[in-house]
Design a protein around this ligand. Structure first.
Ligand SMILES: [Zn+2]
Length: 79
């Protein structure tokens, strides 16, 4: 069972990976330091450190599916 609060949607444009909004700052359309080729190894279980270029926040990505990245900590504040 994947905790929803640890997930964040991503988009692929060309070979680049974007998020439409940074979970940590007000950044919009943030280009992540990830390539499309990095996604499959993550889906296969390889952990990857992700540093958001907008605010230098870092999380470890532990899984992904076609739409969401799964981090090792909470990305959403659930009320
Ligand atoms: Zn940010």
């Amino acid at each position: 069972m994947i905790p929803f609060e640890n997930t964040w949607p991503y988009e692929i444009i060309g070979k680049d990976v974007y998020v439409s909004a940074c979970p940590f700052c007000e950044g919009e359309n943030v280009l992540l330091p990830l390539r499309v080729s990095h996604i499959q190894p993550i889906r296969d279980g390889k952990k990857r450190l992700l540093v958001f270029p907008c605010c230098r926040s870092s999380v470890t990505i532990v899984d992904a599916d076609a739409d969401y990245l799964l981090a090792n900590r909470k990305l959403r504040q659930l009320s």
